[in-house]
Ligand binder design. Structure first.
Ligand code: ATP
Ligand code: MG
Length: 429
């Protein structure tokens, strides 16, 4: 992509309305623009990142055996009346009537709809187990939308739903999703701590919230320091992990036998990026999602639901990866891998080297944003630091005369002077 033609409205000034780093940086880096309170347009740069995050989530869901479908954003109120949640949901639900005066709503979540789909299409225990998911926009009329896309009203969520014949099966599905979540967040460079969100006994509620630790997080959390050691390892030791004390502040109890002594207990702030939940037959009973069991008798299916805040994750990643100059994307979710800076656009030798590198990298499938604008070097450096691509490849007249370019790592700040060939070899490796 050529910077000269790219729709990337970066801002020098810090927008006054943004209170936290990720919100400020997403506005400044030209990734989002607010269209109404808590409702955003995703500009090209932001949209690229959102799609990368979404794709990682998708790959790990698929790897765990979940199957993707797509439910609509608009739902009929009828199914919510069946489950009993139509009244209970309150003002967060955006409700409206269509031209035939039928009550409709913009889905804040999809338990009812997926239960209806399952009920109408699965008849036998032989179709179990199943995990179905979609990645779809949700609307919740939050009282206080804030922190940009972190707490929006319209936001992108991945929500999966599991269907099993009995509790043992439901627990296996839950564990599959639990594992998939840890892998998903890890691939994005995040440590997300699974927090017991409810102390309910086994057989009742089984639920975890996944929190990314960050000073600007909205939730208070307490956890065993051993978690940091476990999380640093490549292989995730679920057994060990599930025994550790980690709770949101509402559940924190210093007298709990599992609570570690003060010197091993960490208190921090967290951003809730995922929430998984086993809820048994709550919806299947209310809505008649019943299959014929092995003995022919009808059995209401055991269900769970598993959400990930796909758009919120972008905010969480930026909270974890930024400095005073801008964003520092982990490569897995970066909008482009390389920012190519031509220090003297118009200089024949510089232009030639840059054009060649741009072409070679693009042909090799490396995503490059080429700053070919006729602008001062300082402006280009500041912009590139702000949008935070992992690598900056810089070509100026002096170096180019000797076949030398500079390669900078945005996260470490390390700079290397290399031949054009060596730089390209590193970036295509
Ligand atoms: P919160 O406690 O932050 O309001 P929630 O518990 O209501 O979230 P869930 O119903 O568990 O949210 O939704 C699944 C995931 O969707 C959450 O873990 C979060 O990452 C994301 N999410 C929920 N509400 C929002 C929002 N208003 N804006 C962006 N992401 C959200
Ligand atoms: Mg939640």
């Amino acid at each position: 992509m050529r910077r000269s033609t790219y729709f990337l409205p970066t801002l020098k000034e810090t927008p006054a309305e943004a209170q936290i780093a990720s919100h400020r940086l997403m506005l400044r880096a030209g990734m989002i623009r607010q269209s109404a309170s808590g409702i955003y347009t995703w500009l090209p740069l932001g949209w690229r990142v959102l799609k990368k995050i979404e794709q990682i989530v998708r790959e790990e869901q698929d790897a765990a055996g979940a199957q993707e479908l797509l439910m609509p954003t608009i739902q009929s109120a009828d199914i919510w009346k069946e489950s009993g949640r139509y009244e209970a949901y309150g003002k967060e639900m955006l409700r409206f009537n269509d031209r035939h005066d039928r009550e409709m709503l913009y889905g804040p979540t999809n338990e009812e709809l997926i239960t209806q789909i399952f009920r109408d299409n699965a008849k036998s225990y032989r179709e179990l187990p199943k995990i179905l998911y979609h990645i779809q926009w949700k609307f919740r009329d939050e009282v206080r939308p804030r922190f940009g896309i972190m707490r929006g009203r319209e936001f992108l969520m991945k929500d999966s739903y599991s269907f099993d014949l009995d509790f043992e099966g439901a627990k296996r599905s839950y564990e599959k999703m639990f594992n998939a979540y840890l892998k998903t967040f890890k691939r994005m460079g995040l440590t997300a701590v699974p927090m017991a969100a409810d102390s309910g006994a086994i057989g009742g509620n089984l639920t975890h919230e996944f929190h990314v630790l960050a000073e600007t997080g909205e939730s208070g959390v307490f956890y065993d320091v051993a978690y940091d050691e476990l999380a640093a390892k490549d292989a995730i030791d679920l057994e060990a992990l599930s025994k550790l004390y980690a709770v949101t502040d509402e559940k924190h109890d210093p007298n709990d036998p599992n609570c570690p002594p003060p010197e091993r207990l960490k208190s921090a702030r967290g951003i809730e990026v995922g929430h998984i939940f086993y809820f048994g037959t709550k919806y299947s009973k209310a809505m008649g999602a019943v299959v014929a069991g092995p003995d022919g008798n009808p059995v209401p299916v055991e269900m769970g639901s598993y959400g990930i805040g796909v758009s919120r994750l972008m905010g969480a990643i930026i909270e974890a990866y930024h400095d005073d100059k801008g964003i520092m994307w982990p490569e897995a979710v970066a909008p482009f891998k390389v920012g190519l800076i031509n220090l003297k656009t118009g200089d024949a030798a510089c232009d030639k080297v840059c054009e060649d590198m741009y072409r070679t990298l693009s042909e090799q499938g490396v995503e490059v944003l080429y700053d070919d604008r006729d602008d001062r070097a300082g402006v280009k450096f500041a912009d590139m630091d702000l949008i935070g691509l992992p690598w900056q490849l810089v070509a100026g007249p002096k170096g180019v005369a000797n076949g030398i370019v500079e390669l900078k790592n945005r996260q470490t700040g390390d700079k290397q002077e290399l031949s054009v060939e060596a730089a390209l070899a590193l970036l295509t490796a």
